[in-house]
Ligand binder design. Structure first.
Ligand code: ADP
Ligand code: NA
Length: 330
């Protein structure tokens, strides 16, 4: 039988991905290549919803693709492409816009958060309909599952609702996808504000570990992480969010269990843990940075690889769009 298909996307809205993106999502994209039919997308249409600069965006699209290849996506085993190169995404999004309730879209908390930060009048309609475009991304590929962090759960629910609604109104067309949220690392938090998620849009660069950081800089960020009162190294995300986040990262990058780490650091201080983890992180990011640079050194080759990916994606997307168009009377 065919392998189950997964779809996932990431925005090219920063030069570098951060450790939350990697541990909450992208790391799993790599392993799923072994077991699933995997479709991965650099979602540049999403990246213009909150204002952007064209030359920077063009560079960040390449940077995103290069980093995904550098962490282990293999274009022979997955479909890796750039969203704007497959016009069916925008086309299906329009159809889904027309079956989404205004009130329903208004309930999306990520829009509320982002528009509150930007000011309601300065937020674009594109930012408002962002989750509907996301639904189109997923449904075009008839994905069975979507590997994302906890922050995307509500958007996934909307995608499922829209698929079910379309199917019952116009006839069976879309696979209803399941969320695939990696429990342990679904939420990596900000090093300077450990109750908030680590995010590109974080106010302090010291709060995020960027994959393209120089290793010494990563180590320094870990050493300067905000930790909690008390001195005991225990895992308690409620009472000790700072140290718990560091333990989560440590466990995820080394494969050791949290319990094992807690035991190993029994009687030691925060400083010891941070020093060791700083080194673990530095050693982890350095080869990624180097491989990313190698891909960027040959942009023509990178663009060619992405064009091939877009062809592969389009072969699937066009079939789904045609079917949806038939259903609605086009
Ligand atoms: P950001 O929130 O930094 O803008 P994106 O929205 O581009 O990042 O998210 C890309 C992927 O990374 C999504 O699957 C998202 O769930 C995941 N992700 C983002 N931040 C975190 C985090 N702090 N912890 C775990 N996963 C995260
Ligand atoms: Na996000």
């Amino acid at each position: 039988p065919a392998r189950p298909r997964v779809f996932s996307g990431i925005q090219p809205t920063a030069d570098s991905f951060h450790l939350g993106n990697y541990l909450g999502a992208v790391r799993n994209w790599v392993t799923m290549q072994e077991t699933h039919d995997t479709v991965y997308c650099v979602v540049d249409l999403h990246a213009i919803t909150a204002g952007h600069e064209p030359a920077t965006l063009r560079q960040r699209i390449r940077l995103a693709a290069a980093q995904l290849l550098a962490v282990g996506l293999d274009p022979d085993r997955c479909t890796l492409f750039v969203q704007s190169q497959v016009p069916e995404h925008a086309q299906l999004a329009w159809v889904l816009n027309c079956i989404t309730g205004f009130g329903e879209a208004s309930r999306m908390t990520q829009f509320k958060d982002k528009s509150a930060r930007q000011g309601a009048d300065r937020s674009s309609v594109g930012l408002f309909t962002y989750p509907i475009l996301q639904a189109a991304d997923i449904l075009l590929y008839q994905a069975d599952a979507v590997p994302v962090g906890e922050d995307q759960r509500q958007h996934l629910e909307l995608t499922r609702d829209l698929a079910q609604r379309f199917n019952s109104r116009f006839g069976p067309t879309f696979t209803v996808p399941a969320p695939h949220i990696i429990r342990d690392t679904a939420k990596i938090t900000d090093l300077q504000d450990p109750t908030a998620k680590m995010s590109k849009s974080s106010s302090s660069p010291a709060g995020i570990i960027e994959l393209l950081d120089e290793p010494a800089r990563s180590a320094k960020k870990i050493r300067s992480a905000v930790t909690d009162t008390g001195r005991e190294i225990i895992f308690d995300p409620e009472q000790k969010p700072g140290i718990s986040n560091l333990l989560t990262i440590y466990a995820a990058l080394t494969g050791r269990t949290i319990d094992d780490l807690v035991q190993a650091y029994d009687g030691k201080g925060y400083g010891d843990l941070k020093k060791d983890l700083g080194q673990v992180v530095a050693e982890f990011v350095e080869p990624i940075r180097q491989r990313t640079q190698q891909y960027l050194d040959d942009p023509a080759q990178l663009d060619k690889l992405l064009a091939v990916g877009a062809e592969k994606a389009r072969a699937v997307a066009a079939v789904t769009l045609r079917e949806a168009y038939d259903r609605i009377g086009f």
